[in-house]
Design a protein around this ligand. Structure first.
Ligand code: GLC
Length: 594
C-alpha cells in the first residue's frame, strides 16, 4: 500500500467550517461592471449576464456595491430609499433574479449596506430639516453652533474627507453632522427608533435571501455623546491605520466604543437567520472601518468571535512590496486575529489606487501578489478587473465624477495629484472605477460600442481584457484561476493553520510559510520578492523523515518540473512557488480501512 497521501484523499478529511472563512470575495461595482441596457451605466441584468465568467474564474462570494435608490452623488453611497433599486440598475424583480442566479451557481451574494448616513434627499432627512419640532428631527445629529448667533460649528470635528463635518442649516439655524460629505447626513443611532428602522432594512434584504452585508464606514456610526473636541495628534496626513490628519485625531468621531457594542447587536440580528443544521445559511458581516489591527479586532469580538465576522485590514495596501514587510504583516495579523478569528487580505477597491498600477504594472509582481493573497491564511477580497491587471484610469478634469475629488476641487490639480499619491488614491477615485474590460471592441464590451460609458474605458482595453487573457495560459487571469482552484481543492489553503518559515532558513528576499491541516496535509509557499534569482535550501528536512516535496504551482514559467523538488532549489525573479510536502502515513485516515 502506498505510504504517500494524495491531495484528493486529504480533501475529504477536514471538518467543514463556516463558509465565510473559506470563501473568496469579488467586489462588483455595479455601475462599472456590465451594461445590458446601452445607457453607458452598468446594471443588475448586466451582472447576471457575467455570472458564468465569475464562476469560471472560481469566485465564491460576490460583494455588490450599492445599487439602491440614490441621487448618486457618491455613486450609491448616498441612499434615498433602502428597500428599492435605483432605476438605472434595474428593479427589485431583477435583483431577486440575480440572487437566484447567484445561488444556482452555489455562490453567495453580500450587499453593501450604508448604515451610517443617508442621502440628504432621503425623505427622513427632508422631514428632519423641515423644522426643529418635526418628529424625525432627532433621527439625525443636530447641534446648536458656538459663538453668538451659533455661527461657528458646535466643535472641532472634521469629516473624513477634510473640512468641518458640521453643516449649517439656515432655515432651522442648527448644524447637522456628516462623517463623510455634506450631502450624507449621519443618522442618530442614539435614538432607538433609528436603530429599529435600520434593523428593519437589514431584515428586508435578509428575508429576500442575501448572504450578508459589507458595512460601510461602520466605525463612524457612534460619536462621542458629549460632543467633546477631537484631540491634537502629531499627524499631517491620514494613513490606513489612523485617519487623523492636519494634527487632529478622530478619537471622538471614529471607533467609539459604542460601535463595538453595535457590532455585537448586528451579529445577534444576522445570527437569527442561520440554522445550526445548515451551516451554509449563516449570514456574514464585513466591517469597513479604519484603525490599527488591534482596534479593528474589537469589531470582531474581544474574547469570543461574537460580533462582525470579518473586518477589512487596509494595512495590507500600505506595506512595501518586500519579503520582510510582508512577513511582518503576516506576523501581526496572525497575532491579532488568531483562529477562530480570521484576517482579511485586500489590495484594491473602489476607493483606492488599483493594485496593478501600484505594482508598476509589472505582471510578475501582480502574480506574486495574488499568490500571497490566495495562499495566506485569510479571506481574500478581489476587486473587479484586478484579475486581469486593470490599471488606474487617467481621468480628465472634465470627466471627474467622484464627489471627493469635487469636494477638494479648489485645490490645484498638481497638488491633488500629490495628495492622491500620498493617500493611495483616496481623493480622486474615478481612476479605479473605469468600466470592466471584457474584450477588445470599442467600449471593451462593457456597453454598446455607440454608447458613452459613464466613465471612459481605459485606453489599454484593446490589449488588456478578459477575452485576450483567457486565451493565454500564462496570463494574470490564468494565475488567478489556477490559484482559486487550488484554494478550493486543498483544505490546507482554505482552512489550514499558518506557520512562517524562520527567516534564517531563507534568503532575505524570500518569504516562506507552511499551511497545514490536522490530518497532515502540508503545503509550503515560497515567495521571491526580488528581481533576482534566489537560491535556497528547502526549509523542511526530507532526508531522514522520508518526506517528499513536489511542485504544485508556480507563478513563473518553470522549465524543469522535477519531482521530487530538488534542494538546493531556485526561485525565478518574483516567483511564487507552491510545494506539497508528502509525508509517510502517520495514522489511519478517513479513506483507510479501520
Ligand atoms: C466608504 C465607501 C466610499 C464612500 C464612503 C461614504 O468608505 O467605500 O466609497 O464614499 O464610505 O459612504
Amino acid at each position: 500500500m502506498s505510504k504517500k497521501k494524495s491531495p484528493q484523499q486529504f480533501a475529504q478529511q477536514t471538518l467543514p467550517q463556516p463558509w465565510w472563512k473559506e470563501t473568496t470575495v469579488y467586489q462588483v461595482y455595479p455601475r462599472s461592471f456590465m451594461d445590458s441596457s446601452g445607457d453607458g451605466i452598468g446594471d443588475l441584468k448586466g451582472i447576471i449576464s457575467r455570472l458564468d465568467y465569475l464562476q469560471e474564474l472560481g469566485i465564491e462570494t460576490i460583494w455588490l456595491s450599492p445599487f439602491y435608490t440614490s441621487p448618486q452623488q457618491d455613486i450609491g453611497y448616498d441612499i434615498s430609499h433602502y428597500c428599492d433599486v435605483s432605476p438605472e440598475y434595474g428593479s427589485l424583480e431583477v435583483f431577486d433574479h440575480l440572487l437566484v442566479e447567484v445561488h444556482k451557481r452555489k455562490m453567495k451574494l453580500v450587499l453593501d449596506m450604508v448604515l451610517n448616513h443617508t442621502s440628504i434627499q432621503h425623505p427622513w432627512f427632508r422631514e428632519a430639516a423641515s423644522g426643529r419640532e418635526n418628529p424625525k428631527r432627532n433621527w439625525y445629529v443636530w447641534r446648536d453652533g458656538r459663538k453668538p448667533g451659533g455661527k461657528a460649528p458646535p466643535n472641532n470635528w472634521r469629516s473624513m474627507v477634510g473640512g468641518s463635518g458640521w453643516h449649517y442649516h439656515r432655515e432651522t439655524k442648527q448644524w447637522y453632522w456628516t462623517s463623510f460629505l455634506s450631502f450624507q447626513p449621519d443618522l442618530n443611532y442614539r435614538n432607538p427608533e433609528v436603530k429599529q428602522e435600520m434593523f428593519k432594512v437589514l431584515r428586508f434584504w435578509l428575508d429576500r435571501g442575501v448572504d450578508g452585508f459589507r458595512l460601510d464606514i461602520i466605525g463612524a456610526v457612534y460619536e462621542d455623546p458629549y460632543f467633546r473636541d477631537n484631540p491634537f495628534i502629531w499627524k499631517l496626513l491620514p494613513d490606513e491605520e489612523n485617519t487623523g490628519f492636519l494634527f487632529r485625531s478622530h478619537r471622538m468621531t471614529q471607533n467609539h466604543p459604542d460601535n463595538f457594542k453595535f457590532a455585537r447587536e448586528l451579529r445577534r440580528l444576522v445570527d437569527e437567520y442561520s440554522s445550526r443544521s445548515n451551516p451554509s445559511s449563516e449570514r456574514v458581516l464585513i466591517g469597513e472601518t479604519f484603525g490599527s489591527p488591534e482596534v479593528l479586532r474589537r469589531y470582531c469580538g474581544q474574547e469570543q468571535p461574537d460580533a462582525l465576522h470579518l473586518v477589512f485590514l487596509f494595512k495590507t495596501m500600505a506595506v512595501p512590496f518586500s519579503a520582510p514587510a510582508f512577513r511582518k504583516l503576516v506576523e501581526e495579523f496572525e497575532k491579532v486575529f488568531p483562529a477562530p478569528f480570521i484576517p482579511t487580505y485586500v489590495y484594491s477597491n473602489h476607493d483606492r489606487f488599483r493594485r496593478f498600477s501600484v505594482l508598476g504594472k509589472d505582471t510578475r509582481k501582480a502574480k506574486l501578489n495574488s499568490f500571497f493573497q490566495l495562499t495566506v491564511r485569510g479571506v481574500p477580497f478581489i476587486y473587479y478587473g484586478e484579475e486581469i491587471g486593470m490599471c488606474q484610469g487617467r481621468i480628465k478634469p472634465k470627466d471627474t465624477r467622484d464627489a471627493v475629488a469635487r469636494h477638494i476641487g479648489t485645490v490645484p490639480a498638481a497638488k491633488i495629484k500629490v495628495l492622491n499619491r500620498l493617500t493611495n488614491g483616496a481623493i480622486q477615485r474615478d481612476g479605479c472605477r473605469t468600466p470592466m474590460q471584457w474584450d477588445s471592441t470599442l467600449q471593451a464590451g462593457f456597453t454598446q460600442p455607440t454608447a458613452e460609458p459613464w466613465l471612459p474605458v481605459n485606453e489599454n482595453s484593446t490589449k488588456v481584457n478578459t477575452e485576450a487573457q483567457k486565451e493565454r495560459g500564462d496570463s494574470l487571469y490564468a494565475c488567478y484561476q489556477q490559484l482559486l482552484e487550488l484554494r478550493r481543492l486543498y483544505p490546507a489553503l482554505h482552512r489550514g493553520s499558518l506557520e512562517l518559515v524562520p527567516k534564517e532558513l531563507l534568503p532575505k528576499a524570500v518569504l516562506g510559510y507552511i499551511r497545514s491541516t490536522p490530518e497532515g496535509e502540508q503545503l509550503l509557499m515560497l515567495l521571491n520578492f526580488s528581481r533576482k534569482i534566489q537560491r535556497f535550501s528547502l526549509p523542511v528536512s526530507t532526508s531522514d523523515s522520508e518526506a517528499e516535496v513536489q511542485t504544485l504551482f508556480s507563478t513563473a514559467a518553470r522549465s524543469e518540473q522535477k519531482s521530487p523538488f530538488p534542494s538546493p532549489g531556485k526561485l525565478q525573479p518574483y516567483e511564487g512557488l507552491l510545494l506539497i510536502i508528502l509525508c509517510p502515513d502517520q495514522g489511519p485516515s478517513a479513506s483507510d480501512p479501520a
